[in-house]
Structures are given as C-alpha cells and as structure tokens.
Design a protein. Structure first.
Length: 141
C-alpha cells in the first residue's frame, strides 16, 4: 500500500512545459514589459448608443486582468521552486524575452547534456508541484 499516488512523469512534464510556454503569450495579452512596467495612457471610452459600455473595451479589460492573474500564478509557482538550478534552467528556457538554446544553458551551468536534461525534467516536475498547489500534476490510475 502506498500513501502517495504515483505521478505520471511524462504527462506532468508536458503540462508544466505547456504552462511555462504560455508565459510570454500572457505577457503580450497583459501588455507587460519585462524590463520596465509602463502605465497605459488614459483615453476616453468610445461613445455608444444607450447606457451599455463598449463590449470591445470590456473584453480587453477582462482579458488583461486574466492575463495578469495568470502571469502572477506562473511567477508565484516559479518562485516557490527550491532549487536555484531548476529556477535558472526554467528562467532561461521559458521565461525571459529572449529564450536560450539548451546547449547554451547547459554550457553556462557547466553540465553535460545528459545531466542538463535530467535537471530539466526535475525542474518541470518542481514547477508542476508548485504551480497553483500542484494542479499540473497528473497521477497514474
């Protein structure tokens, strides 16, 4: 009898990788600048007939807020990863504006490719565990 269910490593890694790859897209939707945060220029809302707000503006605001919440959740999950090496790998592979190739990352870390890919797998599993209380984890049935 096991106390902890067994994790499906491949599916969990795929979930974590997919979520991390969404990060830059969410930043674009949120209009989030990596180097510096810039406030939006205020403008009048387009006039519409009747008292209902403009649907396009409303949709854009909802999308921006959703994107900001997702960015924060990804960053929070990333920050909870205990291993500095795992954070380094995920940051350079997925979260920077200009992501780096694997060979550059493992060269910077001084690892052979086999060891790097072991650490990358561990990093994905760590992120899956820390993102939104482990929602990305997939268990074997």
């Amino acid at each position: 009898m096991t106390f902890f269910p067994e994790i499906d490593v491949e599916k969990t890694k795929a979930n974590a990788k997919r979520k991390l790859e969404e990060y830059r897209c969410w930043r674009e939707v949120a209009n989030d600048e990596h180097e510096q945060r810039i406030t939006q220029v205020l403008s009048f809302m387009p006039r519409t007939t009747g008292s209902r707000p403009n649907q396009v503006v409303e949709t854009l605001v909802v999308n921006k807020v959703s994107a900001e919440q997702e960015i924060e959740a990804i960053e929070r999950g990333f920050n909870k990863i205990l291993s500095e090496r795992h954070r380094y790998i995920l940051l350079h592979k997925h979260l920077l504006n200009e992501v780096e190739y694997d060979y550059v990352i493992y060269g910077d870390l001084g690892y052979e490719s086999a060891r790097y890919y072991e650490l990358l797998e561990e990093a994905y599993l760590s992120f899956a565990n820390t993102y939104r209380s482990g929602i990305l984890l997939v268990y074997k049935s």
